[in-house]
Write a protein of this length. Structure first.
Length: 122
């Protein structure tokens, strides 16, 4: 099962996605492929928008079956608004996968600011 968490704490964001869906054999697993595509799009949006230059700290970790990113104290409201949009896209996409494949995907959203937490499934 894939377990995803999205957190907001004191002007900082944390996303963690762990596991494999095991919906189908490797290379044929549409649940893993969907989560991977969303995660890649989210990460590329952060990087291409130069979000890391606007944070006190920007940390990422990827490994087989693991992705995490921590954005600490975003300095500018415009960048924070952009990150919220990216998180909304990621959260909505993961929530959609969770609704379609509840035995293979679990999303938990914690304490996001107004407007981002609309699809909280926790």
């Amino acid at each position: 099962m894939i377990k995803a968490e999205i957190h907001y704490i004191d002007n900082s964001y944390y996303v963690k996605i762990d596991g494999h869906a095991d919906y189908a054999p490797k290379g044929y697993d549409i649940v893993c492929a969907g989560v991977s595509a969303l995660t890649s799009a989210f990460f590329e949006a952060l990087v291409s928008s130069a979000v890391q230059e606007s944070c006190h700290s920007f940390r990422t970790h990827t490994d087989d079956g693991h992705f995490s990113v921590f954005l600490d104290r975003i300095k500018y409201k415009s960048v924070d608004d952009r990150v919220r949009c990216f998180l909304l896209m990621l959260g909505n996409g993961l929530a959609s996968i969770e609704r379609q494949y509840p035995d293979y995907m679990k999303l938990t959203v914690f304490d996001l600011p107004s407007g981002v937490n609309d699809n909280d499934t926790s």
